[in-house]
Design a protein around this ligand. Structure first.
Ligand code: GLC
Length: 422
């Protein structure tokens, strides 16, 4: 006890000498994906050293949908135990009321970030979170297997499907019974919304709900896209893929048991770790394009931010932490160690970043053209919209109804939900 008090006293005086506010004990939540928590801890160690504050990480599941459910409850109850939240790009409109406005605190630094990302975190003029990293997915492919079987990197989903099937069959014939063609996020959660939005958009089938609020999902191109994905289950993708989130897909891939994988850039660095069976045997390409009118490659825009709870007992220190986690120094290390895409343009031409994650040179354009999920137009209803969408898609992938049938039902549900809400 005495020692603790002494320590606190010492730290306080240290930070006062440094001109900062009093030492605070902060808590922040973070989802647990890959080595993300270990990376965050290493950054927090530095923050603690620099400021004298202490930060405890409250680890959360990796599913963004599970995190959102928990955070919404905590915030609605005015929880004072969590000061800083790591927030998904889609949450800003729904949680805006619960977070502090960072406009003033971040006035000197917002200019360094891509304006579109700052805009995505601005709700009615309030800056509700600062960007930690942005996200746009890739088609991960096995360079060794494509070469061995004389195949090109596919640029359409049709090509991807055919190549995946051919290589999978040939590898199985050679005795690799565990080999699959393609793994992705097929579980009924936000990750499936991201995957399915890409299929739909790439077939020229729109964005589920358009920027002006129109419900557009019930159309033949969207149905064709989702039926195509349903055809993968039990052929090039395992039945178990219906339960995969990011980490399960990466698990199969990193054991060397998939020719292709759809995943976010975080899987790039991890795939190259010493315990990875695909180390040095893979590369990434833009996701394949659909076919038909308006078809093209489409990537869903993702990303994570840091927000300060308005119930934090130490708002000043919590804001310091948010600024730190969004800073160019932390973003650079993140880009190098975690292969997360920075939100600061200058880092896309940084030699150290490009040496560690060469794909980032091409991903600047890809994330800038990425498709946003309809969280801005559907406002407080986004989570419900997304869950209706992923359920319709999951039903189709599971063989419960055709895409056309499920999209017709979805349109009716979305129309009910919309009412006067958006
Ligand atoms: C990634 C994205 C996030 C998205 C999630 C879905 O974490 O950055 O925006 O919601 O995947 O699983």
């Amino acid at each position: 006890m005495k020692i603790n008090k002494l320590l606190v006293g010492l730290l306080t005086s240290v930070t006062l000498v440094g001109g900062a506010a009093q030492a605070a004990e902060l808590s922040m939540v973070s989802g647990d994906t890959g080595t993300g928590l270990a990376f965050l801890q290493s950054q927090l160690d530095r923050f603690e050293e620099q400021t004298g504050h202490t930060v405890t990480i409250v680890p959360m599941p990796s599913s963004t949908s599970d995190q959102f459910g928990q955070y919404r409850l905590w915030l609605a109850a005015g929880n004072q135990d969590i000061d800083v939240y790591q927030t998904d790009v889609i949450w800003a409109p729904q949680l805006a009321d619960q977070f502090l406005d960072l406009t003033e605190a971040a006035a000197d630094v917002v200019g360094a970030h891509f304006p579109s990302i700052i805009e995505s975190q601005t709700v009615d003029g309030k800056l509700v979170a600062l960007p930690a990293f942005t996200d746009a997915p890739a088609l991960f492919y096995r360079t060794d297997l494509l070469e061995k079987h004389g195949k090109q990197v596919p640029t359409t989903w049709e090509e991807m499907t055919a190549t995946a099937q051919e290589i999978m069959d040939a590898e199985r014939a050679e005795g690799n019974a565990e080999m699959y063609g393609f793994v992705f996020q097929g579980n009924a959660y936000e990750g499936l919304t991201c995957n399915a939005l890409e299929w739909v958009k790439s077939y020229g089938g729109g964005q589920v709900v358009e920027a002006d609020g129109t419900i557009s999902i019930n159309n033949p191109q969207a149905a064709a896209a989702i039926d195509m994905a349903a055809s993968w289950i039990g052929t090039i993708s395992p039945e178990g893929n219906l339960a995969y989130q990011e980490e399960e897909a990466r698990g199969v891939w990193q054991l060397g048991n998939a020719v292709f994988m759809r995943n976010w850039p975080y899987a790039y660095a991890l795939s190259n770790s010493d315990d990875s069976a695909v180390k040095g045997k893979y590369d990434v390409a833009p996701l394949p394009a659909g076919t038909g009118e308006g078809a093209g490659s489409a990537a869903t825009l993702g990303g994570w931010n840091v927000a300060v709870s308005k119930y934090s007992p130490d708002p000043e220190a919590a804001i310091e932490l948010a600024l730190f986690l969004a800073s160019p120094e932390v973003q650079k290390e993140r880009a190098i160690e975690q292969s997360n895409l920075p939100t600061i343009e200058a880092l896309y031409s940084d030699a150290d970043v490009l040496a560690a994650s060469p794909f980032m040179a091409d991903w600047l354009e890809i994330f800038q053209n990425a498709v946003p999920r309809p969280s801005a137009p559907t406002k407080a209803n986004y989570n419900e919209v997304s869950s209706l969408f992923w359920s319709a898609v999951h039903n189709t992938l599971s063989g419960n109804g055709t895409a056309a049938e499920n999209l017709e039902l979805l349109e009716a549900d979305l129309t009910d939900l919309k009412g006067d809400a958006w």
